[in-house]
Design a protein around this ligand. Structure first.
Ligand code: GRF
Length: 226
C-alpha cells in the first residue's frame, strides 16, 4: 500500500502500470538509475498479484500497489481505485507497460494526455493482441513497436516514437517478439525523457518534437535492393 504523500521535486513523477513480467519497467528503472532518464518512478501498480513487475519494483526500492481488478464490480470502480493510488503518489505521467486492461473515461479524465502506452507493432497496423504472430502471418516485411498517447480507443492515440525491425524468413513468433522487445526497451525510456523535457507538442493528432530531433532520413528495404 502507498502511505506516503507526494513530495515536490524536479524530476517528472511517473506511475508505471504493468500486468506481466515487467521487462519494460526494468528498462525504465535502469535508465532512471544511470541518469539518462530524468524521472522518478513514484509507484508501480499491477492488477495481477504476483506479477514479475511488482518484484522488479520491490528490488529497486520503488513503492508498489497491487489492485486486483477481479475485486471490483466494474471497470470504472477499478479505475477510480487506480487513479486514487496514482494521485496519492503524486504521479504526473501514467506509463502503461504491458498493462492488460482497457482504460475507461475515469482514467482519461483524471490524466488527460498524460497516459502513454507501448505496443509491439507498427501502429496503425496490428492493434490489439498477439500482434507479433499477426505480423508474421500477414507477411509484413517490417514489424516493430510504437509508443503512443492513450485515447479512448484501443491502440489509437497519437504516435510519439516507433522502431522498425525487419521480419526475416527464418523468424518465428518468439524470435520476432524478442527483436521487438529489445527495441521497446530503447524507445520507451526515450519517449518518457522527451515528455520530461516538455518537448512534445500535439498538432492535430501529430506529435511534434520541439526543438526537433534528427529524423530518420534514409529508407530501409526488406528484402534489400540490389
Ligand atoms: C510488451 O511487448 C508490450 O509492448 C506489451 O506487453 C508486453 C509487456 O512486456 N504491451 P513486459 O511485461 O514489459 O516484459
Amino acid at each position: 500500500m502507498i502511505t506516503e504523500p507526494a513530495m515536490p521535486g524536479d524530476k517528472l513523477r511517473i506511475g508505471v502500470l504493468a500486468s506481466g513480467s515487467g521487462s519494460n519497467l526494468q528498462s525504465i528503472i535502469d535508465r532512471c538509475a544511470d541518469g539518462s532518464l530524468a524521472a522518478t518512478i513514484a509507484v508501480v501498480i499491477s492488477n495481477v498479484p504476483g506479477a514479475g513487475a511488482l518484484e522488479r519494483a520491490r528490488k529497486a526500492g520503488i513503492p508498489t500497489s497491487c489492485i486486483d481488478h477481479k475485486k471490483f464490480a466494474d471497470r470504472q470502480a477499478f479505475d477510480r481505485e487506480v487513479v486514487a493510488a496514482l494521485q496519492i503518489a503524486g504521479v504526473e505521467l501514467v506509463v502503461l507497460a504491458g498493462f492488460m486492461r482497457i482504460i475507461s473515461d475515469v482514467f482519461l479524465e483524471a490524466y488527460p494526455q498524460q497516459i502513454i502506452n507501448i505496443h509491439p507493432a507498427l501502429l496503425p497496423a496490428f492493434p490489439g493482441l498477439h500482434v507479433q504472430k499477426k505480423a508474421l502471418e500477414y507477411g509484413a516485411k517490417f514489424a516493430g513497436c510504437t509508443v503512443h498517447f492513450v485515447d479512448g480507443g484501443v491502440d489509437t492515440g497519437p504516435i510519439i516514437i516507433q522502431a522498425a525491425v525487419p521480419v526475416l524468413d527464418s523468424d518465428t513468433e518468439a524470435t520476432l517478439a524478442a527483436k521487438i522487445l529489445k527495441e521497446e526497451h530503447r524507445i520507451y525510456p526515450r519517449a518518457i525523457q522527451l515528455i520530461a523535457e516538455k518537448r512534445l507538442k500535439l498538432v492535430g493528432r501529430r506529435v511534434v518534437v520541439d526543438p526537433p530531433l534528427e529524423l530518420a532520413a534514409t529508407a530501409q528495404h526488406n528484402p534489400a535492393l540490389d
